[in-house]
Every structure is written in structure tokens, then in C-alpha cells.
Design a protein around this ligand. Structure first.
Ligand SMILES: Nc1ncnc2c1ncn2[C@@H]1O[C@H](COP(=O)(O)OP(=O)(O)O)[C@@H](O)[C@H]1O
Ligand SMILES: [Mg+2]
Length: 544
């Protein structure tokens, strides 16, 4: 017979779960599902933070990444940035408290979102090696540098300070984090090496110095000495708000009336629009926000939906820019033809976004013959969950044959092509906390397809021209091969002197030239860029 338990007995087992305890069990949700991925995730969280912090503080980023193999599947990861540093009092919370950050409550384009990146890496280190996180930071030249060793008290989701001291540090400002983790290192598609290289492509304003566990050092030097435009912070757009959020906003607002709530707490709502929403929701514009009933809140949602509201402002997005993206691509990928495009802003669920696409054709081919796809969101490479991503879906739904590549259904096209797709948004819609794939919003898929098509058309004209020239030169060489024989036969048939044979040959050659026209060269659109970067590339290689 099944056991029977009373509610009182069951109640003894019911208690709060701290967020740290939750992620201790569910580390796969944050990108720590296996040792190889764990290494990538730790590096990624620290590098993304370093880049975000540098950009926020107006510093051209210089990030140093070092991975040291310690044996027994243990690695030491050391990441140093030249950013603004972190004030002493905040260091423990930032690194040893989950869901603590500056970005969750602001709508602004950044790499980080939830405030769970770097503390999750610290938690993973603690779980797998038991070693504390070691942090050094200085906020300004001339100020003291502080060193911390931290653990996370997972029951309370609170920092535990193991060591705290003032130290000598050679860096003027910035932050250094050192973590010992259980991991495994492999080269290839989903490796740290790939992540760093792709990061360098979409962040041509950053210098990254990377030393891998084999003690090989790679320097990815910046090619643009200007920071991207700083994205502005925006208020949410009414179209993007969900019922629960609206309820919370109504409760928390300082506004005294619904009308002023709508105009103050949202973007793009003027008093006319606010009045229209209220009218459609059958709520008086002077109603106190906190007094709305559940039914009225639902009506307010309806009112928003039925009112035409202009799209959100787009200065909250800072795309890479097509010229910059192309520069980044040229610096890291050898190819014959490059093209790129930045689309104008569009909106999904009230969130503005911009799609950028770039491609490099004619370089190395992948082992399986398919194109190399690089996916990015807010300048961060996405290396896992490719087939679950809206970018992948958009690519396989595009007809690549029209651009001169072969393709079987449901698969990536085939050919020597590197394709870059970037989504910039205040809130990229990831399918999970691990931030690996973009959700399938129709608006996003449509924009990606349009971007691909624009680049694809340019690619097609290059590929077709190349094919035509190839076919033509094949035909020519065929004819050219027979010209001496024809000349010889004619000389014999017409009983001409031997000296005439050379003349006939020249005449035939002229005839060929006249009939088939000059063999043109395939010109690259921006060849001058390429030369500039070929030079930089060579100098970099020499340095290494
Ligand atoms: N290297 C750094 N330099 C300056 N500030 C940092 C650095 N790393 C993290 N921070 C701060 O700590 C916060 C928490 O970081 P994190 O846990 O990765 O969450 P998120 O990046 O999602 O906000 C960031 O929002 C930022 O304010
Ligand atoms: Mg982060």
C-alpha cells in the first residue's frame, strides 16, 4: 500500500531554496554541463565582463587571457582587463553572490544581462576544485589595489571573504580574476580558441592577448582605434510588456495617475497616446496606478495592443557597422571576396534590434564542405546550440543556389564561405540562461533573411563572374591549343611557304581575341582594404 503522509509531515520538508543552491544542482542551465564547455563558459563570462566594463568606462579594451594546465583535468584561468576596476566594497558581491549585477534593471545593449555570469563561474570553481576565486582590482591610477579571495555561501547566497588585503599591482587600473576549475581543453569549433578569434572579429576595437594551455600565445591586435558609439539606456516600449511586468510596474511607479505612468515609465508614449490607451481600456486617465484591479490591468494590456504606438528609439543599439565588421573579418579570415551589411533597426515584442551580416568567400573550406557559420549576439560569439538558433533557421530557409552555392534541404549550404550574422539588441531573446541560441521570433528571422539576401546577391555576382571567367578561359585555352595545328594544316592544304604559317597563327589568334573579347579580371570591390589588412596581418605574424 502506498504510504500516507499528512500535510504537517510534508511541511517539515518544505523550505526555501537559495538561488545558489539551485544552480549548484543545475549548473547545466548556466553553461557548465561538461568540462570542455565549462572552460569556455568561464573564459567567456570574464572576457564579456571585461569588454562591457571597458566600453562603459570609455576605455579601448585590452584583455589578457591565460589558461594554465595543472594536470588531473584542472586548469587555472586568469583574465585581466584594463577597465574601470571595481570599488572595494562591491568586489565580494559581484564575484560571490548570484544574481547581482548592474545590467538586469536597465534596458541597454550589453553582453551581460542577468548578473549571474561571473558569480556562476566562481561557484563552478568552488564546486569542482574547492579553491576560492582570487580577485585583484584597482579603480584609478594612484589608488590602492585590492586583493580578495572569495567563496560563496550557497545556503544564503552570500559572499564569504577568505582573504582581503591591499597589494602591489603593476596595472594602473582594471580587474584581474583567477579561478581554478575542473575542465578539459580541446581545439576546434566550440573551443576557447574559436571563441577568442570570433570575439576579435566582432570587436575590432579590442586587443586580446591569449595564451592557451599549450603555452601558445596569440595576439589579436585592434584595427580600429575608436570605441563603438555608446548605446543609450531606454525605457521599455509598451508593446514589449507582459501582464506580470505591467502589474509590477504599476505597483512600483512614482506616477500619480495612469496617464503620467504611461508617459513617464514607457518610451514613445505621449499624452495623446496615453489618453487613447486609457480610452480603449475604459480607464479614467486620472486613476491611481496602484488602484487598478486585475481585470482593469488586463484591459490596459488590450488598450496598449489596440493603440498605434511608434517604434522604440534606436539609439539604444550600437551595431558594429558594416565597414568595421568587414575590417574585423578581413583581419582574421583569408578569402577572395568580402561583403557586409548593417540593416536598419527593427522591433520584436517592443524591443529594438539590428541585424548585421558579413561574408568572406573563397578562403579555406570546412572539412565537411559546408560553410562556416559564425553567430553573434551583442558582439558575443554563440558557439553552442547552432541548430536551435533563429540564425541557423534563417540560413537553411534561404535558397543558396541562387547565390551559386549548393545546398541540401535542412542543412547549411556548401562552399568556401564564412558567414557572420550579428544581432544587436537591448534584450537578445536567448532560448536559455546559458545564452547559446536566439529564439525564433518571426521579426528577427525576417530581418536575418533580408540581410543574408543582400550579401548573397553581391556574392552571386562575384561567384557567377568567376564561373563565367573560368568557363571562358577553359574554352580559350582549348581553342588556343589548336591554333598552331590549324595553322600548320592550312599551310599544307594551301601549299603555302613555311614563313606564312606564323602569320596565319597570329591572324587566328587575333580572330579569337576579336570574337571572344578580352578576358576580364574579377575585381574585388574594396581591394584597398584588403591590402591594408594583409599588411597588418603579416606584421602581426612576424611579431608572434
Ligand atoms: N571586469 C569587471 N570590471 C568592472 N565591473 C565588472 C567586471 N566584471 C563584472 N563587473 C560588474 O559586475 C556585474 C555582475 O557581473 P556578471 O555576474 O557577469 O553579470 P552581468 O554581466 O550579467 O551583469 C556587472 O553587471 C558589472 O557591473
Ligand atoms: Mg557578465
Amino acid at each position: 500500500m502506498a504510504q500516507t503522509r499528512t500535510a504537517e509531515e510534508l511541511a517539515k520538508k518544505q523550505k526555501e531554496v537559495s538561488v545558489a543552491e539551485f544552480f549548484e544542482r543545475n549548473r547545466h542551465l548556466l553553461g557548465f554541463d561538461n568540462k570542455k564547455k565549462a572552460l569556455l563558459t568561464v573564459v567567456k563570462e570574464a572576457v564579456d565582463n571585461g569588454l562591457d566594463a571597458c566600453e562603459e568606462s570609455g576605455t579601448l579594451p585590452e584583455i589578457n587571457v591565460q589558461i594554465i594546465e595543472m594536470g588531473n583535468d584542472r586548469y587555472r584561468v586568469i583574465i585581466t582587463d584594463n577597465g574601470p576596476g571595481i570599488i572595494k566594497a562591491q568586489i565580494p558581491n559581484i564575484f560571490a553572490k548570484l544574481l547581482y549585477g548592474s545590467k538586469f534593471h536597465t534596458l541597454k545593449q550589453a553582453r551581460g544581462q542577468q548578473g549571474i555570469g561571473i558569480s556562476a563561474a566562481v561557484l563552478y570553481a568552488q564546486l569542482t576544485t574547492g579553491r576560492p576565486a582570487k580577485i585583484t582590482s584597482r579603480t584609478k591610477k594612484g589608488k590602492d589595489a585590492y586583493y580578495y579571495e572569495l567563496h560563496i555561501d550557497t545556503k544564503q547566497n552570500k559572499p564569504q571573504i577568505v582573504k582581503e588585503e591591499k597589494v602591489e599591482w603593476k596595472h594602473e587600473k582594471g580587474t584581474k580574476i583567477e579561478l581554478d576549475i575542473e575542465a578539459s581543453y580541446q581545439k576546434g569549433d566550440q573551443s576557447v580558441d574559436t571563441y577568442i578569434k570570433e570575439t576579435a572579429i566582432v570587436n575590432p576595437h579590442a586587443t586580446i592577448i591569449y595564451t592557451n594551455p599549450k603555452a601558445e600565445q596569440f595576439v589579436f591586435a585592434r584595427v580600429i582605434n575608436k570605441l563603438p558609439d555608446e548605446p543609450k539606456e531606454i525605457k521599455p516600449h509598451p508593446y514589449g510588456v507582459e501582464l506580470g511586468i505591467l502589474k509590477k510596474m504599476l505597483n512600483d511607479t512614482d506616477a500619480r495617475t495612469i496617464q503620467s505612468f504611461l508617459t513617464k515609465d514607457f518610451s514613445r508614449v505621449g499624452s495623446g497616446t496615453a489618453k487613447e490607451i486609457c480610452e480603449k481600456a475604459a480607464i479614467g486617465p486620472g486613476t491611481k496606478p496602484q488602484s487598478l484591479t486585475h481585470v482593469q490591468i488586463e484591459k490596459l494590456m488590450e488598450g496598449i495592443k489596440n493603440t498605434k504606438i511608434i517604434n522604440p528609439p534606436t539609439d539604444c543599439i550600437s551595431p558594429i557597422g558594416s565597414a568595421q565588421l568587414e575590417k574585423g573579418l578581413k583581419k582574421e579570415i583569408n578569402a577572395e571576396f568580402y561583403t557586409s551589411i548593417t540593416r536598419s533597426p527593427s522591433v520584436y515584442r517592443g524591443n529594438p534590434f539590428v541585424i548585421e551580416c558579413a561574408l568572406a568567400y573563397g578562403g579555406e573550406q570546412q572539412v565537411d564542405g559546408s560553410i562556416k557559420l559564425m553567430r553573434f549576439a551583442n558582439r558575443v560569439p554563440l558557439l553552442y546550440q547552432q541548430s536551435a538558433c533563429a540564425i541557423f533557421k534563417s540560413i537553411i530557409q534561404t535558397n543558396w543556389r541562387q547565390y551559386g552555392l549548393s545546398q541540401s534541404s535542412g542543412a547549411l549550404p556548401q562552399g568556401p564561405l564564412t558567414l557572420v550574422v550579428h544581432l544587436a539588441s537591448v534584450w537578445p531573446p536567448f532560448t536559455s540562461e546559458a545564452k547559446e541560441a536566439l529564439a525564433h521570433y518571426p521579426e528577427i528571422i525576417k530581418e536575418i533573411k533580408l540581410a543574408i539576401q543582400e550579401c548573397g546577391r553581391k556574392l552571386a555576382s562575384y561567384v557567377n563572374k568567376k564561373k563565367r571567367i573560368h568557363a571562358e578561359s577553359k574554352k580559350r585555352s582549348y581553342i588556343e591549343k589548336y591554333i598552331p595545328h590549324v595553322a600548320e594544316a592550312l599551310t599544307e592544304l594551301l601549299n603555302l611557304k613555311q614563313v606564312e604559317q606564323a602569320k596565319i597563327k597570329t591572324l587566328l589568334e587575333n580572330l579569337l581575341e576579336k570574337h571572344r573579347g578580352k578576358l576580364s579580371k574579377v575585381e574585388m570591390e574594396n581591394i584597398e582594404y584588403d591590402e591594408e589588412f594583409a599588411k597588418i596581418g603579416k606584421e602581426e605574424k612576424k611579431k608572434q
